[in-house]
Structure formats: C-alpha cells, structure tokens
Design a binder for this molecule. Structure first.
Ligand code: ATP
Length: 365
C-alpha cells in the first residue's frame, strides 16, 4: 500500500486558481477525506494526485517517489468514479476479469483473484448475472470489485455514493469503511457531505475556494476548528456565532457575555477587536442565574434531543438539549457557557483565537 504526499500543489485554469498551494500527507492505510463545498477544488486535487490532471506547480510523491509528471496508468492507483462505471453488456465475472485479462494475466490467476474479491464483497452468487439486472447496491459492489482486483497501491474515490438515496448511502458508507479496514488500503475520498467525512474518515482536509482551511482527525476538526468556515461547515446544525467587541486600544484581552468573561490569547496583527464567539448547540446550557438572557423562538422535537432556537441581545442561536425537558416558546431563559467548549474567532480573518495549544490557559480561564 502507499503513503502519498503533496507539496505546494497548485492548479490554474486560465486566470482562475482552482487549487492554491496545497500540502498534506496521506499515511499508508489511511482513509483520507477531501471535504468542502461544491467548486472548492476537491476533484481537481484528487485528479492531480491520480495523474489525470497536470499541476501548474508543486509535487506529488507516492512512497517517496516523485510521480508528478507520471501518467495515471503508471501510478498504480485505482480511480473509483461515481459508481456504475461498468460494462453493461458483460456479466459480473467478465466485468471483474476485464482489468486483469487486459493486462495479460493468466486465466488461472484471474480466477483466483475474482474468487478472493467475490468473497470480500459477498458477490459470489452474482458472478454470472448480467450487470443490467443488478440492484444499485450490487452494481456498486461490482464497481468496487473492479478496482480491488487490480490490487492497486491506493484507491481514489470521487463522491462514489453521490447518486444513492440517503438510507442506502449510509449502508454503503459503512460497507466501504469496513472493506477499507479489512484490506488496509490507502483510500482518498472526495465528498461535500460533512457527515460522510466524519463517519468514514481517519483524516479530513477541509477545502474552501481552492485553499486548505484545516487538516486533522474528525474529532480535532469538530472540537478545534481552525477557522470560522470550518466551524460552520462541520456539525449539524452548525456552530453558533455571536458577534462581540473588545476595546483593544485599552489593551482589553477579554470578552464578556452576561457576566461571564472569556480571555483572548493574543492580539493578532489583523485583529480589530471584533470577535465571533463560537459555541456548538450541544454546549449551550440553561442557567437561571445567568445575566445573559434569551427568549425561546422555536422548539423542534428530534427524538432523543430537541433543538431550541433562541433570540439574545447578541443575535440568534440554537441549543440542543435532552428531549425530556419542557421548554415553552416565548419563555425567557438564562444561558451560560463552559469555557472548555467555546471558541473565539478573529472576525477579520475568520481564524480561531483558541486552539489546542493555548486552550489550557484560555479555556480554563
Ligand atoms: P464539485 O463537488 O462541484 O465537483 P469540487 O470541489 O470538486 O466541486 P472542482 O471540480 O475541483 O471542485 O473545481 C474547482 C473549480 O475549478 C470550479 O470552479 C470549477 O468550475 C473549476 N474547474 C474545474 N475543472 C476545470 C476546467 N477543466 N477548466 C476550467 N475550470 C475548471
């Protein structure tokens, strides 16, 4: 299997910069997600890594070897596009055999490989069926099988579950992750779906407008978003953001919310004193003694939890609490925040002022 490294990768289409100065390493055996909204440069990054697109600048290494100028077929990777890229007039066996026979593999070895893959994907009973008669899920498995039989160094997948309905998508996501764990393969996976990325990924790169906003494990990205964009993009509903001001001309190094003080670690160059106070809905607590008051605009029952929409003097926010608690629309409640769970963002740059390193001092006040 493979370790893949990209350094300072850039792609221009005419005057438009689709990917800007991207660098990251995908470790051997990792399930690695490229995540971001439509048009942010995920597919372009993946295509450059796969050798389907030449970078304008930067380098790509597979197992330490510079493959930047090498064509896709010489990189020993398997690209799994949106599923169903199968030969409809062949049966399943022939679809699986084709990548091998076209490489000149002996019939006996082909049989052996297909035997293994049929077991891994549980499609032995389908080998003689025409592809055109298969269900969506079975086609998906066969498409994966075609990538697996080649035993590539890495799998590259571009929104492979994009065409599926929600329920089936979730099932296939679980199957893909299970398959990855059994095979120990390096997988690079493009998605715009943050839940899919969190559910399946070991590591996530979050992209926006061609730039990497953050790189880390799902938990690092959720707990310690590096930017307001990431905090907003990850989590459903998104993090709450309340605009607050400090007077930096007076050397003020804290913001205050209803009597609670939150310290700002350092005044950055582009820091004007305007801050976004960020708190996830599950970290908003109700506290009668708090001076920070908000009125209840809406209550949405979600089964195990309920989502409360609140209106405060600093703007609206959402709280997620256990569903047993009775909350009335129109009620006025006090809100409090645990320092360990909040984040502050520089409103100019969108960068987080609290990070893993400085949180001991700051979050614990
Ligand atoms: P999506 O999920 O919508 O495919 P993406 O994040 O994968 O989004 P890319 O497909 O990488 O985005 O495209 C990034 C940007 O580059 C987009 O604005 C797109 O229009 C542009 N782009 C991609 N390929 C080309 C091309 N061949 N010529 C010109 N512009 C392109």
């Amino acid at each position: 299997m493979a370790e893949i490294q990209i350094t300072n990768l850039r792609k221009e289409f005419g005057n438009f910069v689709a990917v800007e100065n991207s660098s990251f390493t995908v470790r051997d055996g990792e399930f690695f997600m490229l995540l971001g909204p439509s048009g942010c440069g995920k597919t372009t990054t993946l295509r450059m890594m796969a050798g389907l697109e030449l970078p304008t600048a930067g380098q790509i290494f597979i197992d330490g070897e510079d493959v930047t100028q090498r064509r896709a077929r010489d990189r020993d990777i398997a690209f799994v596009f949106q599923m169903y890229a199968l030969y409809p007039h062949f049966n399943v066996f022939k679809n699986l055999a084709y990548p091998l026979t076209s490489q000149g593999m002996a019939k006996k070895d082909v049989m052996e490989k297909i035997d293994q893959v049929a077991d891994i994907l549980d499609i032995r009973h389908l080998l003689k069926s025409p592809v055109s008669r298969l269900s969506g899920g079975d086609r998906q498995r066969v498409a994966l099988g075609r990538a697996i039989v080649r035993e590539p160094k890495a799998f590259f997948m571009d929104e492979p579950l994009g065409a599926l309905d929600a329920e089936f998508r979730e099932q296939m996501a679980g199957e893909l992750r299970g398959l990855h764990d059994r095979m120990g393969s390096t997988t690079i996976y493009v998605t715009h779906d943050q839940l899919e990325a969190m559910q399946m990924g070991d590591k996530i790169v979050v992209m926006n407008h061609g730039v990497i906003e953050q790189f880390g494990s799902p938990q690092e990205i959720y707990d310690w978003p590096a930017t307001k964009f990431v905090a907003d993009f990850i989590g459903s509903p998104a993090m709450n953001f309340l605009p607050l001001k400090t007077d930096i001309s007076k050397g003020d190094s804290k913001v205050e919310l209803g009597g609670q003080e939150f310290f700002i670690p350092e005044a950055l160059e582009d820091f004007s004193g305007d801050i976004f106070f960020g708190v996830r809905p599950e970290h908003v607590s109700f506290d009668d003694s708090s001076l920070f008051r908000a009125s209840v605009d809406a209550v949405e029952y979600l089964g195990t939890t309920q989502l409360i929409t609140l209106q405060s003097a600093c703007g609206s926010l959402k709280a997620r609490i256990e569903s047993g608690r009775q909350i009335e629309v129109g009620a006025k409640l006090g809100l409090s925040f645990d320092r360990r769970t909040i984040t502050l963002f520089n409103s100019n740059s969108g960068k987080a002022l609290l990070n893993r390193e400085n949180h001991q001092v700051i979050r614990h006040g």
